[in-house]
Design a protein around this ligand. Structure first.
Ligand code: PLP
Length: 246
C-alpha cells in the first residue's frame, strides 16, 4: 500500500500526457478537456491521494458508496460527478454531495432532482445551494432497449434529447450543462462519438451554455477527444482494474 501513491502518480502522468497529445492532434486547447477520475469501488484513501496529485473532479456511480466516501473526503476540494443510473428515491441523497449529474434520461428524474434541490434550499438557505448542473445521457446504440424497460442501460435516443434538455433548463434549481454518453460496446466508437457531437451542436442553438460533452473512458478517450469531448471519465487507466465489471 505504501507504493499506491507512486502507482497512481505514474498512471496519472501517463493519462495526462495522452490527453494532451490527443488535444494537440485534434487542434484543440488543453483547457477544453477536463479529466474526471472515476473512483467507483476504490477506497476513500485513493481520493485523498488523487486530490494531493492535483485531481479536481471525481466520478461515482452508486449513491450509497458515493455518499459514504464523500463523508470521508469533506476536507478535499473535489467536485463530485454522479455518472450512474439514478432512481428518483435516491435524489435527495445524491443532491447532498453531487456537483454534477451526468445521467439524466427521463422527465420524472428531472422533476425529482429539482424537488430535491428546492428542499435543500428550504433547509439550508437558498444562497448556499447553487443550481445543480445536469447532463442529458444519450444512448448511442440505435438498437438499445427503451428507457424503463428491462435491459436498458441508460440514456435517451438522440431524437429525445431536446425534450429532456428543455425540461432541465426549465426546472427550478437545475442547470443544463450538456450531454453525456457511453460508446456502444464492441464496435468502433468513432461514429458514435461523432453522432454525439452532432446532437450537441443541435442543442447549442437553443441552449448556448450547454457546452459539456462528457464522453470517453479508459479504452476510448482518445477517439472521444478527437470528436469533441470536453470531459473524459477515466477509471481503470488511473486507478487500475476494478474487481468486478460494473
Ligand atoms: C465505470 C465508468 C467509467 C470509467 O470506466 P473505465 O473503463 O474504468 O475508464 C466511465 N463512465 C461510466 C458511466 C462508468 O460507469
Amino acid at each position: 500500500m505504501t507504493n499506491r501513491r507512486a502507482e497512481i502518480e505514474a498512471r496519472l502522468l501517463a493519462v495526462r500526457q495522452e490527453i494532451a497529445q490527443a488535444v494537440v492532434d485534434s487542434g484543440r486547447d488543453r483547457a477544453d478537456v477536463t479529466l474526471i477520475v472515476v473512483t467507483k469501488t476504490k477506497p476513500a484513501s485513493d481520493l485523498h491521494l488523487l486530490a494531493d496529485l492535483g485531481v479536481t473532479e471525481v466520478g461515482e456511480n452508486r449513491d450509497q458508496e458515493a455518499r459514504e466516501k464523500h463523508g470521508e473526503c469533506t476536507d478535499l476540494a473535489l467536485r463530485w460527478n454522479f455518472i450512474g443510473q439514478l432512481q428518483t428515491n435516491k435524489c435527495p441523497s445524491v443532491v447532498s454531495y453531487a456537483d454534477r449529474i451526468h445521467s439524466v434520461d427521463r422527465v420524472k428524474l428531472v422533476n425529482a432532482l429539482s424537488r430535491a434541490v428546492i428542499a435543500r434550499r428550504e433547509a439550508d438557505g437558498a444562497s448556499s445551494v447553487p443550481d445543480l448542473e445536469c447532463l442529458v445521457q444519450v444512448n448511442l446504440d440505435p438498437m438499445a432497449a427503451a428507457v424503463g424497460s428491462p435491459g436498458h442501460r441508460g440514456g435517451v435516443q438522440p431524437a429525445e434529447v431536446r425534450v429532456i434538455g428543455d425540461a432541465i433548463a426549465r426546472a427550478d434549481g437545475l442547470r443544463l450543462g450538456g450531454l453525456m454518453a457511453v460508446a456502444p460496446l464492441g464496435e468502433d466508437p468513432r461514429p458514435a462519438f461523432e453522432r454525439l457531437r452532432e446532437v450537441s451542436d443541435g442543442i447549442a442553438d437553443e441552449h448556448p451554455s450547454a457546452t459539456i460533452i462528457s464522453a470517453g473512458m479508459s479504452g476510448d478517450f482518445v477517439a472521444a477527444i478527437k470528436a469533441g469531448a470536453t470531459h473524459v471519465r477515466m477509471g481503470a487507466a488511473v486507478l487500475g482494474h476494478r474487481p468486478t465489471v460494473r
